[in-house]
Design a binder for this molecule. Structure first.
Ligand code: URA
Length: 477
């Protein structure tokens, strides 16, 4: 029997060195026990024979990445599972691709649970201010108490360091505490009695949460899945949840009965054009004229219920053009494309694909917000083919002025406008060939398709695919 003693629960390097030596000495997995403790020395008792000097040995990258995540799991069997996988990889080099294999599946599940725990730390950890806010000498200092499901504090703290680099903070947990004051350090864990008391921001959190809480979207089961109760006690807003949920049904009914909101007079006044620079039907000479002339558009009826026409945005000579469907609620109020939830997801995907949004021209196939009132909300309605056709004149005008090299249609409505025919996004996704005016056309999904996907796994997979598409379109330039 061989006993390996790792320096800590997350001692990946120690595990790797021991596993390597054991594997090279052909020590079978049942002959190894894995322990964590401080009396270190990699091997307790018998040591495996040293490897022959020229033995080459490397585990596939997919395995190493998986192992780095799995090691952070709380299950004590993880070290053994990883060694078993490493052992098997010699005879089964393609093992990591066999998702149905029990060991591979168990390891992947552990990695997923670790990732979820890290995500929950980012989402549910709440800092409380502990310095004296009225003291001008005091350095802003925050403390949070958190009970992570796995050993993720050392890895998860980077997220906060990036966001709070200029402040001081500590994250206290039962196993380890992380401290940032310009440099990062760790100390042993503490118990919950050290958790910081409520601070003055607490009430602000609750007011904010109550104001964004949408009773029509309550699904208590889903909510408990995403925000497990174990995290509630550290979250000021969680105290409101039972009451808000119990009142949700009544509030939803009231919302349905209420008359729709109309954009305020101030928003409408601001959106109204001072003067229209070109006669209807005359082609605007530049993008500023497009934006002004759009406000007088009567090519279809959508202008009647919209606050304003939303023109494209971006450099007048951008080599890359993105075309969405139509402005949403927020775009309608602000007069700018892709700034609401779909726009934020779009920005995130662009950033991951390395595509600078500010270098692209971003616009829509339809320039006015088509919607139906539902209670207090204005619900997106899909533009029909006649509306898309009527609005195509504006897209052509923008295309003629900007002269992009590549045009990316986001979703089927954009596809209809850009390619002049119905497209099947799933089947035709990718490069579409030359479009009118000489640009290269590219078809992909609309970001709100990703927002509507029901589960996290397909969301993540589709997001990655979308990022790949954006990168591919960018490379075409
Ligand atoms: N969806 C779109 O297609 N365009 C926008 O501008 C916003 C959401």
């Amino acid at each position: 029997m061989y006993a390996v003693r790792l320096a800590s629960e997350i001692d990946f390097e120690g595990w790797r060195q021991a596993a390597r030596r054991l594997r090279l000495a052909d020590i079978e997995p049942p002959q190894v026990v894995w322990r964590v403790g401080e009396e270190a020395g990699l091997f307790d008792g018998a040591e495996p024979p040293p490897p022959p000097p020229d033995t080459g040995f490397s585990a596939p990258r997919a395995f190493v990445e998986l192992a780095q995540g799995v090691i952070l799991h709380r299950d004590p069997a993880r070290f053994e599972l990883l060694y078993r996988l490493l052992w098997r990889l010699k005879a089964e080099p393609e093992l990591m691709a066999v998702a149905t294999d029990a060991d591979v599946a168990a390891a992947q599940l552990m990695r997923k649970q670790v990732r979820d725990a890290e995500h929950k730390m980012h989402a549910f950890l709440r800092f409380r201010r502990v310095d004296e806010p009225d003291d001008p000498e005091a350095v802003e200092t925050y403390v949070a108490w958190f009970e992570p499901a796995h050993h993720i504090v050392e890895r998860g703290v980077d997220f906060f360091v990036h966001r709070m680099a200029n402040l001081r903070f500590s994250i206290l947990t039962p196993e380890v505490c992380a401290h940032w004051n310009g440099t990062l350090s760790f100390s042993p864990g503490v118990d919950g009695s050290q958790a910081p008391p409520e601070d003055a921001l607490e009430e602000d959190w609750r007011v904010y949460f109550a104001s964004i809480f949408n009773p029509a979207r309550v699904n208590a089961e889903l909510m408990a899945q995403h925000m497990p109760r174990r995290y509630w006690k550290n979250m000021p807003e969680a105290r409101l949840i039972p009451e808000l949920v119990s009142r949700a049904k009544g509030r939803t009914e009231a919302m349905v009965q209420a008359p729709p909101t109309v954009p305020s007079a101030r928003v409408r006044r601001k959106a109204a054009p001072a003067e229209v620079p070109v006669a209807p039907g005359d082609a605007p000479a530049d993008l500023t004229q497009v934006a002004a002339a759009l406000q007088a558009c009567r090519r279809c009826d959508l202008w009647r219920d919209a606050t304003q026409g939303v023109p494209g945005e971006g450099p007048g000579d951008a080599p890359l053009m993105f075309v969405g469907e139509q402005p949403g609620d927020m775009e309608d109020l602000k007069g700018r494309p892709f700034i609401g939830p779909a726009g934020q997801l779009f920005n995130r995907a662009l950033a991951e694909a390395g595509v600078p949004r500010e270098a692209a021209y971003v616009t829509n196939a339809v320039k006015h917000f088509k919607h139906e009132p539902r209670g207090k909300r204005r619900i997106h309605a899909k533009p029909n083919a006649g509306e898309v056709k009527a609005c195509r004149w504006w897209l052509e005008t923008e295309r003629t002025l900007v002269k992009p090299k590549v045009i990316v249609a986001l979703g089927a409505t954009a596809g209809l406008s850009v390619f002049g025919r119905s497209v099947a996004v799933t089947r035709e996704r990718g490069v579409m060939g030359e479009v009118e005016g000489g640009a290269l056309g590219f078809l992909t999904v609309h970001p709100s398709f990703l927002l509507r996907l029901p589960d996290e796994a397909s969301k993540a997979a589709e997001f990655e695919r979308f990022v790949r598409d954006l990168g591919e379109a960018y490379a075409l330039m």
